[in-house]
Structure formats: C-alpha cells, structure tokens
Design a protein around this ligand. Structure first.
Ligand code: MN
Length: 329
C-alpha cells in the first residue's frame, strides 16, 4: 500500500485521542482511527491508527491501516500502482478478498485471507497491489514495521507464511509473527515482534501470556471486545504499555469478534517518516525521493503492472521533523 495522504508530514496534528482511561492492571490507551482516502477515482478509504500524534510506534510497528469490509463494486477495490519503500517492512493481512502483489524482486504473489505476506523494503524496493477481479469484498489490514538502524539498508526480500490456527478457550489464533499461545512463526524479523489474528467466539474470555518486555496493540476489526476493563469499539487500537505478562480479552456479546494483536520491544530510535519512506533524517528522505524520481536502480522495476508508476508527492517546504513515542511515565 502507498501512503497517499496529501500532506503526509502534517497528519500528526489532525488526530483525536480518547486519552488514558484508568484501569486496574495493564495500562491501556485507546487510539482512535482517522479516515484516509487511498486515492483513485472512487477512492477506497482506510482507517489509520498509526502513526498519530499520541503514538508513533508500538514496538517497531509504525503504520496501521484497517479497511473494509468494502464492496469493491462500490469502492473500486485496491489499485495501487508501483511505488517505492525504504527502511521498512510491509505486512499484508486479509480477512476477505485477494490482492495481486508484484515487486521489484520479481515476486508475483496473491495475498489471501489468513496468509502472511511480508515484504522487506530495506535499502529500496518497489511494488504494486491490485485487488483481483474475483474479489467481491475487500477487508484487511496493512501494517508497516520500521527497520532498526543497523538493518535499514538490508537487501529487499519477500516472505509468505500460512500459520496454522491454534485454539485457546474459544479464541482462534493465527500467529503470523513471533510467538503466542504455544505457536511460533518462523518468519524472520529484525526486532522482537508479535503479530496475530485473534477471533473470539461469543461469550469468550481468553487470557494470553505475553512478553512483559513488549508493548502491545489490540486492533479491533469487528465486534465488542474488552481489554483489561476498557471497552473497545471496532477500528480502535488499544495501546498496552510494557510491563504486563498477560492480556485478557473478553467478548461478552452473542456475536464473534475479531482483533489483530501486535507487539514488540519498544523501538527507541527516532525516525523520519514521509510518504512511503522511513529514514533517520530529512536528507535521507530527500535522497530516497530523488532516487525514485530519477528511476534509480535503488528501487528496481515492477514487471507486469498495466500502467504507470506513482510519482512522489512534492516535498514539504519545511524540514521534515523526526518523530518518536511520547516519553514514558
Ligand atoms: Mn506499499
């Protein structure tokens, strides 16, 4: 996915946050989403919860877009022309529909529900993402992971993994990165990470052991979910501060509920994010943008996409500020 916000450097000022709700046990902040159009004539839009003013990262997770369920006959589906990435990995995870992925490694893959597709941008990659003609309903998440400084210029890569679901107490869990509930993903990450889909059956309470050194995020796709004593609405992202060894999720309703759980060790580096690039300085961003605009080998070429690649937006007039998480209390 490409970040097509018109003024991507400015969005962190447009955000509403519910703020800290006092809890017993884990400290939980609720991050509310904002709607962002993806562009194109009918402009499918996504609900973005990361980054925002109140929080840049959860572990190394630095970008969270949630979309659908969308009737593609109405939205036009997804059609993102070739665009570059640097300094990050993209995680595509679908609940419904199918996306055709092509990248400058030569990967040609179909992103399908329950299957992890992890693309490492490293120094530079480009890719296109198009929902397929047989897709009627498109529904999923697109997440980005910031690469740590020592690996941010690593080689481009693409990995695919289909986790077997595990069941605990009425919760069906698919662990696509890291370890949870006795399941472990073999997919390599550059910082300790957790990523899992959790479907809660009606009237289910599940308590999961988690790494107390991690911070966590619980993104609610649909249904009513209580985390600690905080009621979460669909599309909200609950941030759980580090220091807790268990997470308890409750679905007290008569309908199933679905969440995506992310986590990782707090990412302490300051990063500079602009468009589809992550660097450490304004100059890193300018260099990446110039390399894309002059068609440098850095990002390679995508074969087979029927159309032109995306041009980079104009740089802002100001120096792009670095960002990090708010100080911990
Ligand atoms: Mn992308």
């Amino acid at each position: 996915m490409s970040n097509v916000e018109a003024e991507p450097a400015e969005v962190r000022c447009q955000v509403a946050v519910d703020g800290v709700r006092p809890t017993q046990g884990p400290r939980v902040d609720v991050l509310t989403p904002r709607d962002v159009p993806l562009g194109g004539p009918r402009a499918m839009s996504v609900r973005r919860t990361l980054p925002q003013r109140a929080r840049t990262l959860i572990g190394a997770w630095c970008f969270a877009d949630h979309y659908g369920p969308d009737d593609v006959a109405e939205t036009g589906g997804m059609d993102v022309a070739p665009h570059p990435h640097t300094g990050l990995q993209t995680v595509s995870w679908l609940f419904s529909g199918e996306i055709e992925h092509r990248d400058s490694l030569g990967s040609h893959a179909y992103v399908r529900p329950g299957e992890l597709n992890l693309m490492t941008g490293g120094h530079g990659i480009s890719h296109s993402e198009v929902s397929t003609p047989r897709t009627t309903v498109l529904h999923g998440v697109q997440l980005w992971v910031a690469l740590p400084g020592e690996h941010r210029h690593t080689e481009r890569d693409f990995q695919h993994y289909v986790p077997e679901p595990v069941w605990i107490d009425g919760a069906e869990i698919r662990v696509f990165l890291g370890s949870l509930a006795g399941a472990s993903s073999p997919v390599r990450t550059f910082t300790p990470l957790l990523g899992a889909e959790i479907v809660l059956q009606p009237h289910t309470t599940v308590t999961l052991a988690v790494d107390p050194g991690f911070e966590h995020g619980v993104l609610v796709d649909h249904g009513n979910v209580r985390l600690a004593d905080v009621d979460l609405r669909p599309a909200e992202l609950a941030y759980v501060h580090p220091g807790t060894g268990t997470l308890t999720l409750v679905n007290a309703s008569a309908e199933p509920a679905r969440t995506v759980l992310i986590g990782g060790t707090p990412f302490e580096e300051e990063i500079v994010m602009w468009w589809n690039f992550i660097g450490r300085s304004h100059d890193d961003i300018v260099r990446a943008r110039t390399d894309w605009e002059k068609n440098s080998d850095r990002f390679g070429a995508v074969e087979g996409y029927p159309g032109n690649r995306l041009p980079a937006p104009a740089l802002p007039n100001a120096i792009i500020a670095s960002r990090r998480n708010p100080p911990r209390h």
